[in-house]
Design a binder for this molecule. Structure first.
Ligand code: HXC
Ligand code: NAP
Length: 292
């Protein structure tokens, strides 16, 4: 058994219809692939239909499953409504919404124009709101149970310099997750979130670690387990959270980061760098003070 292998039994998502926003690339594509393997029908959406069509073909060939690629800018309410309508026409129902689409780039905040700031808030927070509200109304009106999984980040609660619009937006998504987990539980709609640590993707790495930043700031060193995440590890957790196995889990955010954010937070974690000979010396020094 390895962490790079699928975890759930083969029919864990049999016949579930799952919408994955931003499903044409990166982590959305990896999660979609695993959902298909587990028997789900998957709608992948983003702004770029050509990319989505190529991904859909690739995933269908790899898994033998059914993928519907739909162009939909999550910022635009009418496009979200149309995407929902087209999904229902194709599959007859929708069981799961995975809010994965995001925009991000690094920048000193004072360099941002007001509309650059908005562009991230609009994709991440407003986009998640649009999809959640559209699907929520459909589930509630039709008395259908629903499941929402939101992809956030650990800086949703720590905050982070240089990605401030993303941090604000992800914090909002986390608040939405916890708020609606309670408010819509009476309608049988569950909400959970995953906060991934570093999982290399083209989309994230090109915008967050451009040029030689990836070499300069080796992300593995930020992680106590000294490695980045494997896409299948995230897909395993996501599949569990959208499956009926997690039926009693609601309002939770699961961190999957090898301990990264805690390494940054613990006040004395920098002592990891000390060699063991130095510990002998330090221990002797501290004990000598106590005895004196
Ligand atoms: C400063 C920038 C900028 C940059 C864009 N802008 N990039 N400002 N530094 N690097 C400004 C533009 O000048 C423009 O300002 C405004 O932002 C909008 O840019 P557009 O290119 O017109 O927007 P749009 O075409 O809508 O593209 C959105 C985008 C782009 C977010 C800027 O990067 C994108 O499409 N991203 C989607 C995929 C993505 O970001 N993936 C990474 C997710 S990773 P004006 O003033 O002209 O309006 C992630 C990881 C989190 O979230 C945690 C990691 C550990
Ligand atoms: P990615 O491949 O760039 O994924 C982002 C996706 O969002 C793209 O498919 C993009 O497709 C789509 N998108 C962007 N704007 C959109 C819009 N307005 N409407 C619809 N779709 C839009 O990056 P990723 O790394 O896989 O990120 C996936 C998720 O994981 C994001 O929520 C991100 O914040 C989160 N995350 C990633 C990491 C990491 O280390 N990779 C860590 C923590 C959290 P189009 O460009 O075709 O629209």
């Amino acid at each position: 058994m390895k962490y790079t292998e699928g975890m759930l039994q083969n029919d864990a998502l049999k016949d579930k219809v799952i919408i994955v926003t931003g499903g044409g690339s990166g982590l959305g594509k990896a999660m979609s692939r695993y959902f298909l393997t587990l028997g789900a029908k998957v709608v992948i959406t983003s702004r770029n239909l050509e990319k989505l069509k190529a991904t859909a073909l690739e995933l269908e060939q790899l898994t033998g499953g059914t993928v519907l690629p739909l162009q939909c800018d999550v910022r635009v309410w009418s496009e979200v409504e149309q995407m929902q309508k087209d999904s229902l026409e194709a599959f007859g129902r929708i069981d799961v919404l995975l809010n994965n689409a995001a925009g991000n780039f690094i920048s000193p905040t004072e360099r941002l124009t007001h509309s650059a700031f908005d562009s991230i808030l609009d994709i991440v927070l407003k986009g998640t709101k649009n999809c959640t509200l559209a699907l929520g109304k459909y589930w509630i009106d039709n008395k259908i149970p629903g499941t929402v999984l939101n992809i956030v980040t650990t800086y949703a609660w720590t905050g982070s310099s240089y990605v401030v619009p993303s941090a604000c937006a992800k914090a909002g998504v986390l608040a939405m997750t916890r708020s609606l987990a309670v408010e819509w539980a009476k309608y049988n709609i569950r909400f959970n979130a995953i906060a991934p640590g570093p999982f290399p993707t083209k989309g994230a790495w090109e915008r967050l670690l451009p040029g030689d930043l990836a070499e300069k700031f080796d992300m593995r060193k930020k992680v106590p387990l000294r490695r980045v995440g494997e896409h299948q590890e995230l897909a395993n957790l996501a599949a569990y959270l959208v499956s009926d196995y997690s039926a009693y889990m609601n309002g939770e955010v699961v961190t999957l980061d090898g301990g990264e954010w805690l390494q940054g937070a613990g006040q004395f974690n920098m002592l990891e760098e000390l060699p063991s000979e130095m510990w002998d010396m330090l221990e002797a020094m501290v004990k000598a003070k106590k005895n004196g």
